[in-house]
Design a protein around this ligand. Structure first.
Ligand SMILES: [Zn+2]
Length: 125
């Protein structure tokens, strides 16, 4: 059985089973790290995994997670104000009419649950 030797900040050198370690790969950020729960102090330890460490852990087939790209796409959204009801109504109007909304134009928005009128003769040409 393969054992992995690493360090715990509280206990120092510790030996772990492969099942004790999880490798996290974030290819979009070019980063990797691994974590484990120390079996001696029960501390949750997170350590960086440079390329050589990530390759070594992958070669012994530790559990591996890959961070999806969508996580990174959200960076910078905290600077924007939250959406308001007016923003949603503007977006709905934009979707129905296009970017230039004519203020004199009446827009019919069907209510949920209200059936659309059916043609009198649906098969007629
Ligand atoms: Zn420990």
């Amino acid at each position: 059985m393969t054992r992995i030797t690493t360090g715990c900040p509280r206990c120092g050198r510790v030996e772990l089973d492969i099942e004790d370690i999880t490798l996290v790969l974030s290819p979009h950020e070019g980063m990797a790290w691994y974590f484990f729960d120390c079996q001696y102090c029960v501390n949750h330890v997170v350590k960086p995994a440079p390329t050589s460490v990530a390759a070594a852990l992958s070669s012994v087939r530790v559990r591996s997670w890959t961070v999806p790209g969508e996580v990174i796409e959200r960076e910078g959204c905290d600077d924007l104000p939250p959406l308001t009801v007016d923003d949603l109504l503007d977006a709905l109007l934009w979707l129905r009419t296009g970017p230039a909304v004519d203020s004199d134009r009446t827009i019919s928005i069907p209510s949920p649950g209200v059936a659309e009128p059916r043609p009198a003769h649906p098969n007629a040409a």
